[in-house]
Write a protein that binds this ligand. Structure first.
Ligand code: EPU
Length: 336
């Protein structure tokens, strides 16, 4: 177990906010975690578990304990003719895990290439991109309950996955489980998902295999999303909102080109990027924060922004979108 006092979180949040935590605790094994969960001092503090901090916004210094998992490892479990199951430590880097699977010839998550973050957080948030979600391959999530200190194995159904949602994100469960491992089922006979956006045009004239699909996804993401290592950001700041068909039909009369993705007979999903773009936000700044000029879904730390600059800009974006479209945007980023 590693414990630091008055520790800077600069390297632990992709907005590059130089906030401090009173304590930073990293457990490196399940035994460490069991010890932590019996510690009275820990439970007397305010605490929050983080991954790589690629979906977090720290509004201020944190006067409590920031907890991080250091559990690593990729272990091959059962295997049949078509599939292989891998048990992955929660603190493995998501994209390194994708690269590992692609390299082995195991398919299913290649469309999720280049997403910043760790495997545990990926299972917590149900990360998704280019027609694939982490939940498509997750068969089990191993987690410890903070209430009982016991380990619980969640099946895919138990995780209650949907678009950017899981059991772990529900308000009544949030923060109550620490994920140690995620079991993923990969396919030895990959079925490529290439219909989303411009993947096919990137692959034109190329052989289609896991490696070339991964390369196409990386090229597409790099072209439109700022690299958090270079320009602080947390990817999509907002989730794409769902609205009812009647609301959509009304908007379509005024905005005939409004893009939408059908969800079911009752609701459609509207791209938040389009809504924000229509409100003229691209490239606009507030304090040190800015709306990215290529992808308005992304708020960037342009010039020594504070967490509050970013939150204020997000609030203004929500206000104008609500005023123009009567749609309430919800942040995907978690505020701490
Ligand atoms: N659009 C504009 N102006 C722009 C950009 C986009 O009007 O400047 C419109 C276009 O109509 C476009 C639509 O918005 O078709 C959607 O834009 P885009 O494809 O860029 O974003 P998205 O599909 O809504 C989602 C995820 C991304 C993921 C991509 C690819 C959410 C909140 N975001 O974006 O996830 O990479 O699909 O699958 O669901 C992330 O979570 O950090 C992330 C980047």
């Amino acid at each position: 177990m590693r414990i630091y006092e008055n520790y800077s979180l600069l390297e632990h949040n992709t907005f590059h906010l130089n906030v401090k935590t009173r304590w930073f605790v990293e457990y490196e094994s399940e035994e460490d975690l069991q010890k932590l969960l019996k510690d009275e001092y820990f439970f007397s503090q305010t605490f929050w578990h983080i991954g790589q901090g690629s979906n977090l916004l720290f509004l201020d210094n944190f006067n409590g304990v920031i907890v991080h998992s250091g559990i690593k490892g990729i272990e091959k479990g059962k295997e049949d003719e078509d599939h292989v199951w891998l048990k992955v430590g929660a603190s493995e880097d998501w994209d390194s895990f994708v690269a590992y699977c692609v390299d082995k010839g195991w398919g299913g998550i290649e469309n999720l290439s280049h997403i910043p973050g760790e495997v545990g957080a990926g299972a917590f948030q149900n990360i998704g991109a280019y027609g694939v979600e982490a939940s498509d391959c997750i068969t089990e999530v191993h987690a410890y309950s903070l209430e009982t200190g016991e380990k619980k194995i969640f099946s895919n159904e138990d995780c209650d996955y949907s678009y950017r949602h899981s059991f772990f994100k529900e308000p009544e469960n949030r923060g109550l489980y620490y994920i140690t491992h995620v079991v993923c089922q990969l396919s030895k006979k990959p079925a490529y998902k290439l219909d989303y956006g411009n993947i096919k045009s990137y692959l034109e004239g190329k052989e289609i295999n896991l490696q070339t699909v991964r390369e196409a996804i990386i090229a597409i993401r790099t072209a439109k999303l700022p690299d958090p290592k270079v320009l602080g950001n947390a990817g999509s700041f907002f989730v794409n909102p769902y609205i009812c068909i009647a609301h959509y039909e009304g908007l379509k009369k005024k905005y005939p080109d409004i893009p939408h993705y059908p969800v079911n007979g009752e609701v459609v999903k509207i791209p938040a990027a389009w809504l924000i773009d229509q409100c003229g936000w691209k490239g606009k700044t507030l304090g040190g924060a800015a709306i990215h000029e290529k992808q308005p879904l992304v708020i960037v730390n342009r010039d020594n922004a504070t967490g509050n600059d970013i939150a204020l800009l997000a609030e203004e974006v929500c206000r104008t979108v609500k005023e123009k479209f009567k749609i309430e945007l919800q942040p995907e980023v978690i505020y701490i």
